[in-house]
Design a protein around this ligand. Structure first.
Ligand code: SAH
Length: 240
């Protein structure tokens, strides 16, 4: 199929995930749009077992927190070499650490990541990771919301899913990417489909009238009303 003109085509978007549970991948990303795209090589997924860099006969990866307290902490002398092996010098992908202390993930960040080469994603477990590896390997902490998960894997799946659906050719319809909640700083307007009436509730007349300008106006108004009611913070962000 290649005629040479695409021989310089960029390598596919690539996610490398460092985890103690590589069996969790691709998991749900192996199905539906992301799974089809993965199968045809539109993106790559490389889960890597942190324990391969574990210490001693038991391949230990964690130890008790300095200063005392509950739980265990992932060791920097395990994670450091694991990151170096997964992402050698010259790998220009951003290095992310899933972390509730991180900057909350946004659609803007997701879009920027999807336009890059991919990501190296470290999944924490237990109480978290030794602070020195965050500093020493320049990890950017990313949160998927203000709640605590038991590990970074589900967060990594969320982040990768959000990025992959934006890759060229992954979503069926190009427009589905740009008309969605958050893309225009607003929540999306309500959707309807057949039947025209259900349990006494009708589809709003404007949507059945075929006047495209009126439909666009109605949808925009609905978006504004919903955003004002549910997420006024998004409207505040728009102001300079
Ligand atoms: N003791 C930590 C929480 C550890 S939870 C604290 O209070 O901040 C264990 C791991 O799950 C974390 O290292 C992180 O990788 C992941 N994790 C938990 N909640 C997360 C969230 N909201 N977003 C992203 N990753 C999260």
């Amino acid at each position: 199929m290649s005629d040479g003109s695409d021989s310089a085509a960029a390598a596919p978007w690539r996610a490398t995930v460092l985890t103690l549970y590589p069996e969790m991948f691709p998991g749900p990303l192996g199905l539906s749009l992301s799974g089809d795209a993965l199968a045809r090589g539109a993106w790559c997924l490389e889960p890597r077992q942190i324990r391969e860099h574990g210490l001693g006969r038991h391949r230990n990866v964690d130890d008790t927190p300095a200063g005392g307290g509950a739980g265990m902490v992932l060791r920097c002398d395990v994670l450091g070499p694991a990151i170096d092996a997964a992402s050698p010098e010259g790998d220009l992908r951003p290095r992310l650490l899933m972390s509730p202390r991180g900057k909350p993930l946004t659609q803007a960040r997701v879009r920027a990541l999807s336009e890059g080469l991919g990501a190296v994603i470290v999944c924490g477990r237990f109480e978290g990771v030794d602070e020195r590896v965050i500093e020493g390997r320049g990890l950017e902490e990313v949160s998927i919301g203000d709640y605590i998960l038991s590990g970074g894997e589900i967060g990594a799946l969320v982040l990768i899913d959000a990025c992959v659906r934006l890759l060229p050719g992954v979503m069926g319809k190009h427009e589905s990417g740009v008309e969605e909640s958050f893309e225009g700083g607003l929540l999306e307007y309500p959707h309807y489909t057949r039947p025209r009436e259900w349990e006494g509730r009708a589809i709003p007349d404007v949507l059945m009238g075929g006047n495209h300008a009126a439909i666009a106006r109605w949808r925009h108004e609905q978006s504004l009303v919903l955003t004002r009611a549910r997420r006024p913070d998004l409207l505040a962000e728009e102001a300079p």
